[in-house]
Design a protein. Structure first.
Length: 100
């Protein structure tokens, strides 16, 4: 017995939709077939690189750690975090006053 299929709906910009439709037509397939093939290729590539086996990053601390590593390359920050936050707020407040 075949599993029940699920529907996927996408909201596309008109220009993007026209490009999609034209490209599918040039390849001799419908938009549905074109999209399924494209998604299938992307999934296969992600699965081959191990992306699908990764645990989703939902926790703030994990997201923060990833972002910090991305920005600072894993180097520890000098100084106290509270001092850095205060300094950033002072700079922001000074800039805000200049705009007013």
């Amino acid at each position: 017995m075949e599993a029940k299929k699920k529907r996927l709906t996408l909201d596309l910009d008109p220009a993007f939709q026209r490009r999609l439709k034209a490209t599918a037509a040039l390849k001799g397939v419908g938009v549905r077939g074109y999209c399924l093939a494209a998604i299938g290729r992307e999934l296969a590539q992600d699965e081959a690189s191990g992306v699908s086996g990764q645990r989703p990053v939902f926790f703030r601390a994990e997201r923060l750690a990833l972002r910090r590593k991305e920005i600072f390359g894993g180097k520890p920050l000098s100084g106290d975090a509270a001092d850095l936050i205060r300094e950033a707020r002072e700079i922001r407040d000074a800039e805000t006053k200049e705009w007013a």
